[in-house]
Design a protein around this ligand. Sequence first.
Ligand code: SF4
Length: 267
Amino acid sequence: METITKSLRLPNTHNMGYLYGSGWKSISMVDVYKSVTFTLWLCGCNLRCPFCHNWHLAINDQLFCRPLDVKEIIEHVKTTKNLIDYLHVTGGEPIIQFIPLMYFLREIREIGVKISINTNLTLVNPLKKLIEENLVDHIATDLKSPHRMLYGHDARTSDKLWEMFLRGLELVKDNDIPLELRIPVPRKLVNTKDYIEDLSKALSIIKDHRKTYVIVQPLLGYPVTDPRNKEWCSEYCDPEPDELEYVASYVRDQTSLQVIIKRHVTL
Ligand code: SF4
């Protein structure tokens, strides 16, 4: 994991006054289910999901990513703080910028705004630290099954990352943090042994966590999105409606969690 993180070549922002990102939206009604958020997009990611439509952010594309002045972001958050439920940090993988992110979230806490983080849940130790500092009120994550196909790494690395993801779910449950568990459904895979094994393992951890709700949604491909790997996506994106239904039914059978099917995802 450390090797992956180091290889991202994030800019040397020793000054904690900056986060590296693409920008923010002061009022968003589509990033967290039934919530209004101030959404901030940060750059860098340790996964290489072939379907990723934010891959320009994930790879730190200089055309999209720049240093964002934390003070400026906070001033903008202050102007909308009475209108939003959360500051929602997404990406990319925001926790890859753990140190400046922690300083930033401490300041957000001081102005009394609740914090939601969209994370791939594989950077468990930094997340644990944020939770210990009481800097996390809500988490959104994707259950990417089968992980060996969806993480975009070789099998060995993907397996390690998947173990971290499962530990991340444990962490969220043990700390009783509200969780938006998104299940992006691929095409042609939901009946495979690997798919069901991953799904069932992850659900077994979270099935009794009352603050989890599950959103089943399609993995969208080109031209609705601009995926990292168009060829991969032409094979495995845009599932049939009955594949979404199948996954939703499976989750309902295995858990007592609220399940929402989103057939059309707002990007
Ligand atoms: S989909 Fe998310 S976790 Fe995967 S590469 Fe893109 S930003 Fe990273």
